[in-house]
Design a protein around this ligand. Sequence first.
Ligand code: WQD
Length: 353
Amino acid sequence: MRILVAGGAGYIGSHTIVELYKKGHTVVCVDNLYNSKLKVIKNIEKIIGTNIPFYKVDCCNKKKLETVFKKESFEAVIMFQGYKAVGESVKKPLEYYRNNIDSALTILELMDKFNIHNVIFSSSATVYGKNCKSPIKESDNSQCLNEITNPYGETKAMIERILMDKAKSDKTFKAVILRYFNPVGAHESGLIGEDPNGIPNNLMPYIAKVATGKLPYLNVYGNDYKTKDGTGVRDYIHVVDLAIGHVATIKCFNNKKTNLWIYNLGTGKGTSVLDLVKEYENANKLSIKYKIVGRREGDIDKLYCNPKRANEELNWQASRTVNAMCESSYKYEFNNKISGGELCQKTKKLKKK
Ligand code: WQD
């Protein structure tokens, strides 16, 4: 299948393109490079051994995006595009609603116009809200008081609703919604990985910067949660397992029984912050300096999923270990030539905005 990958230069998108090619699919990639770099496309091409059509396009720009729909032909779209920093979304709600909802609607309207019926949407475990009890099933998000704690998560829930209503109104339209838990790690080549702008919000890329001396130590946000060591527990999934999960959903488009699928993509296992630090140290034979500080606003004790539906219906299982997640994360960070000084400079610039 030939697939338009929106946001394909991003962390999950780039790894998914690699796995799509491994299974014989081809892609067209669009990305506005707001939170990614052109070198990612070059590195994807190095891994897959061929060039991919890339267009630097903002998916909110209907006129420009339509030129790609006119010029290229594809049978499905994967929607990775969107802003995804939870904390930033609280500070800039209007930008998040405008960008994430507008880009999704623009793509869906162009799919309609060009008779493209198949879409995979990159959603998030954030749609489960803080009252859901782990292990979380896909059906939980209706029962557990969908108290989403940030605009980022709200945009994911709204786009899911748009896809559900479109699938209800148009039986030729087929939508797969994938709810990610905590994607971490990098491709084994060390050429692509997680490269957030500025100081990372998320745990694993922060640990990676401490491990490579770009940041002095990790702040552990609270050790008074109801978990075995008091630190937050999450369902970390290797980004390559996550990417393979996307490829496994393509078979849904031949399924005549229904036209809407929702899957959790996670391991079903929880790992605490301190456990992850220990795993990182063991995997890479180094030590990570950390300080226990106060809780971060909005964090919850535990969040991990029941991946049974994806395991059974997609015949997909996350198989890479936490050790492999840590090893690949460090290898990428080590290869990713950004000095500590440059990182601090970038952060100072970000703060000024
Ligand atoms: C994990 C644990 C923190 C940083 C978020 C989004 C979610 C998804 C993944 C997009 C928590 C602790 C963290 C640090 C720490 N993104 N932590 N020190 O919050 O589970 O999920 O990212 O879809 O939507 O909500 O991930 O990595 O930020 O935090 O102690 O410097 O690590 O308290 O327990 P989170 P995270």
